[in-house]
Ligand binder design. Sequence first.
Ligand SMILES: *Cc1c(COP(=O)(O)O)cnc(C)c1O
Length: 347
Amino acid sequence: MAIGKHQGYEYSRTGNPTRTALERCLAELEGGRHGLAFASGVAATAAVFSLLEKGAHIVLGDDLYGGTYRLAESVFGKWGLATTYADVDDPESFERSITAETRLIWVETPTNPLLKVVDLGRLAGIARARNVLLAVDNTFASPYFQNPLRLGADLVVHSTTKYINGHSDVIGGAVATNDSRLCGQLKFYQNAAGAVPGPWDCWLTLRGLKTLAVRMREHEKNVRYLAEFLSAHERIARVYYPGLAGTRQHEIAARQMRGFGGMLSLELKGGRHAVERFLAGLRLFLLAESLGGIESLVSYPAQMTHAALPESQRRKRGITDALVRLSVGIENVQDLRADLENALREM
Ligand SMILES: *Cc1c(COP(=O)(O)O)cnc(C)c1O
């Protein structure tokens, strides 16, 4: 018997066959050579931040998942990570924010909650010219609609909790890359810090993944229909959805995405009071923070996901008291429409 030989799996934090299956699948879906699975989306984000040395500076898009902001400021900030937030509507503002210490640009697209679309080709050009890494949080689009590595990103990050698993019953995260050196560093961190998903979670995620394409097509079909309906509704002031023609966001999205996703935000006429009545009137859209599952969810950013921002900051960013975010599920679209119609009537 040879001592010290094993069949490739020695200890499950380091590697596990079910995790390997998930990691290979995620890499292929993103058109990447390497994939790494983590215990959550924020654990995947932490792995990417851990690539940086002490004293490094990162430029982040200013419409951003709150947990990413918290991780950068309250966890990595203590260890000397410096941050600047650039205007996601203006690629030049990213370029202007780059300093001699900048090592990473981090963006989401489409963004949360305003569904702004960032021109990834343009940003990748800026990052390459300045020798800075570009990481893209692709959670909202899912790999079915967008592949940032193909558009020039160095790293793509997911909360697999959302569309990739799709059934609101697993927390998970992932990173994909084509860069073997970065993958080596991430793999080292993954094993050293240990925020890995267990095999059961990997299996559930793989099972969810098998229907990603079918689900995404249904999400999009439903959200397109509802976006048209809501845009024409007299009690709605504005609809945010990159699939609606006539905006610059739409032009960029049409170039870099294969579809526009399943998320939609809207601004109701009337303030907080109208929102409260609208939310109370909904029966199918459940009030919840999450997104990307087969069931329709509604959230109120001003009091939920973005409550930590001071009101002046919120208003500056367009997150008003009348803004509501919908994660449109795959239920019968006429039922969803009737639910929204009822709630708008009772408002
Ligand atoms: C949910 C989410 C995350 C964090 O993922 P968890 O799985 O909850 O840790 C990161 N980015 C985006 C865009 C998200 O929606």
